[in-house]
Ligand binder design. Structure first.
Ligand code: ATP
Ligand code: MG
Length: 336
């Protein structure tokens, strides 16, 4: 079956890393028709809109998108484009597997975490205002509905992939009502899964635990903001942002994207690591049922990194974005 998928190149390193994805998918021979529609700064220059109507129409129609990183101008007047897309399509779960990749030097060897980040509310609602000169206020929204939904997603994920434990991360000792509601909702879900271990850890302690004993954790479920921060921290445990993939999952729409942003300081130099995007593409292949291609892509990434001849600077090598991509494609082609 041919799949039509929206491709959003995005800003900064976006074009380089999404081109890598197109090449890798071509090597797998999975029939994907990319509908390329940009969003972000590049789109703004061309159309005067950060999120052109054509982009929204394309995602609504295809239901699946692969997204490069998009820059949102800092300052008032612009709501984050990433957040807008997540809210518009209600991709309520942001899933980020963080796993040790043999061949990359890090202080840990057995990291295998899955971060399940609530993706629709919390401080990301963007409700903030100046109360008076010199005083600003932001509103944190936590609902039972969204918390239960993300809890269910986390436990169903754990069940499906044979994971042993779900850890809810919170700050309910301080935000007793909002984070309290988050915890209470997750706890109710946990009761329905007696076969899966459940625990609760306060977010500051979680950060320390993760940088000391990451191997003790399995699936983490977090409200939006803690999920954002802990994701980058977790990426650091396995070798950095160049490696960690992600998926935004909704009822019937999914948008795949790496954890990293547009990394403007390294953009256009052919040195960005495309691995995070390529592994996000593997998640997309799983999602559309192309599981053997997904496995092959992961195998190719692992083999190329382990061999270490064509790795990018961020993971200790000297290869270009194009060179590592070519090595991954060659592995796939010769394995087929
Ligand atoms: P944004 O505002 O879009 O998030 P940023 O400057 O925060 O942009 P990130 O992409 O979040 O950039 O990354 C932070 C740093 O991590 C980058 O400056 C870069 O050094 C590194 N990094 C991120 N992604 C990659 C990648 N794919 N390859 C190599 N290094 C990366
Ligand atoms: Mg960033």
């Amino acid at each position: 079956m041919k799949h039509t998928i929206t491709l959003i190149p995005g800003d900064g390193i976006g074009l380089e890393v999404t081109s890598a994805v197109q090449k890798v998918i071509a090597a797998t021979k999975v029939a994907i028709d990319w509908e390329i529609v940009n969003g972000g700064e590049e789109a703004y220059k061309a159309t005067g809109k950060f999120i052109p109507d054509a982009l929204l129409e394309s995602i609504s129609k295809n239901k699946i998108a692969f997204k490069g990183p998009i820059t949102t101008p800092i300052g008032t007047g612009f709501k984050s484009i990433n957040v807008t897309l997540r809210q518009k399509y209600n991709t309520y779960a942001n899933v980020r597997p963080v796993k040790t990749i043999p061949g990359i030097k890090t202080p840990f060897e057995n990291v295998d975490l899955v971060i399940v980040r609530e993706n629709s509310e919390d401080l990301y609602k963007g409700i903030e205002h100046l109360v008076t000169d010199g005083v600003a206020e932001a509103i944190k929204v936590i609902t039972e509905k969204a918390s239960t939904k993300i809890g269910e997603y986390a436990f169903e994920y754990a069940k499906k992939y044979n994971r042993k434990k779900v850890t809810a991360v919170h700050k309910a000792n301080i935000m007793k009502i909002s984070d309290g509601l988050f915890l209470e909702s997750i706890r109710k879900v946990a009761e329905k899964y007696p076969e899966i271990e459940y625990e609760e850890v306060i977010v500051d302690n979680m950060c320390m635990q993760l940088v000391m004993y990451p191997e003790n954790y399995d699936v983490l479920v977090l409200p939006n903001l803690y999920g954002d921060i802990v994701s980058d921290l977790a990426a650091g445990l396995v070798g950095g942002l160049g490696l960690v993939p992600g998926a935004n999952i909704g009822e019937d729409i999914a948008i795949f994207e790496a954890v990293h942003g547009s990394a403007p300081t390294i953009a256009g130099k052919n040195i960005a690591n495309p691995t995070a995007c390529i592994l996000s593409a593997a998640m997309m292949l799983d999602y559309i049922g192309e599981t053997s291609a997904a496995t092959l892509v992961r195998e190719a990434v692992a083999a190329v990194i382990k061999e270490g001849k064509a790795t990018t600077q961020d993971i200790g090598g000297t290869a270009t974005t194009e060179a590592i991509t070519e090595a991954i494609c060659n592995y796939i082609t010769s394995a087929k």
